[in-house]
Design a protein around this ligand. Structure first.
Ligand code: B16
Ligand code: MG
Length: 221
C-alpha cells in the first residue's frame, strides 16, 4: 500500500537543470574547458563535487587542482547558481505538480524530498511549496550520493514509512537506480528508452501525467 511519495527536485518539480547548466558552463569556460548541453545531461542528479570532478576529468585536468582549489571552484559555481535561483517563482513549478501534491495531501499520503541539492530547501521556498513536504532529506546527512539509495532511504526513515510502501519520482538515470536500490517503486519522468534502461517501473512523458489515482493503480497492478 502506498504510504509516501518521495520526490526528486531538479527536473521533477522545476527546471533548475537549465540554471545549473548556465553556472557550470561559465565556471568550465573560465578554466578553458568546453561545456555543452549534452555533457550537462551527465550531471543530472549528481552531487556538486561529483559534478565538478566529472567536468575536470572531461577537460583532462582533474589532477591539476588541489582539493582546496576544487572547493573554491564549486563554491564559485554555487554562488552564481544561487544568484539565478532568486528569480524562481511559483509559476516555475512544472505543470501538474501542484495538483498532484494536493491530491496526495487529500489522501493522507506522506510527501518527502530526496534531492541531491543542498539548495533544495531554498528552492522549495522560492516556489512556495515548502509546507507540502513532511520531510526533506539532507544530502549532507548521507554518505553516498545517487545512484546509491541513501537519500531515498533517509527520506523514508524520516517519514517513518517502509521503503516498499514508497513511490520515488525521478528524472535522472542515477536517481532511478537509487530508487530501485532502495526497494521503492520507481516512477521516471522523461524519455521512455532512457528511463526504462535505468530501471523505472513506470515511465511518464511529463509531470502532467502524475495523476494520483492512476499512479496508485499502477503501483498495485
Ligand atoms: P547543489 P536533484 C541535483 O538535484 C541536480 O540534478 C544536480 O545537477 C546537482 O549537481 C545536484 O542536485 C547538487 O545541487 O549544487 O544545489 O547542491 O535532481 O537530485 O534534485
Ligand atoms: Mg533530478
Amino acid at each position: 500500500m502506498v504510504k509516501a511519495v518521495i520526490f526528486d527536485l531538479d527536473g521533477v518539480i522545476t527546471d533548475t537543470a537549465e540554471l545549473h547548466y548556465q553556472a557550470w558552463k561559465n565556471l568550465a569556460n573560465s578554466i578553458a574547458i568546453d561545456f555543452n548541453r549534452e555533457f550537462n545531461e551527465e550531471l543530472k542528479g549528481i552531487s556538486r563535487m561529483d559534478s565538478l570532478n566529472k567536468i575536470l576529468q572531461h577537460g583532462g585536468v582533474a589532477d591539476q587542482y588541489t582539493e582546496e582549489e576544487k572547493l573554491e571552484l564549486a563554491t564559485k559555481k554555487n554562488e552564481e547558481y544561487k544568484g539565478l535561483l532568486i528569480h524562481l517563482k511559483p509559476e516555475n513549478i512544472y505543470p501538474g505538480i501542484k495538483e498532484f501534491l494536493n491530491a496526495l495531501k487529500q489522501s493522507n499520503i506522506k510527501i518527502g524530498l530526496a534531492s541531491a541539492s543542498k539548495n533544495g530547501p531554498a528552492i522549495l521556498d522560492y516556489l512556495q511549496i515548502t509546507d507540502y513536504f513532511d520531510t526533506i532529506a539532507d544530502p549532507d546527512s548521507v554518505i553516498n550520493g545517487k545512484p546509491a539509495p541513501d537519500i531515498f532511504l533517509k527520506a523514508a526513515e524520516q517519514l517513518g514509512v517502509s521503503p516498499q510502501d514508497c513511490i520515488g519520482v525521478e528524472d535522472s538515470e542515477a536517481g532511478i537506480e537509487a530508487i530501485q536500490s532502495a526497494n521503492m517503486y520507481a516512477v521516471g519522468v522523461g524519455t521512455v528508452e532512457v528511463m526504462r534502461k535505468a530501471g523505472a517501473d513506470l515511465v511518464l512523458a511529463d509531470t502532467t501525467e502524475l495523476v494520483w489515482d492512476q499512479l496508485q493503480e499502477a503501483f498495485t497492478a
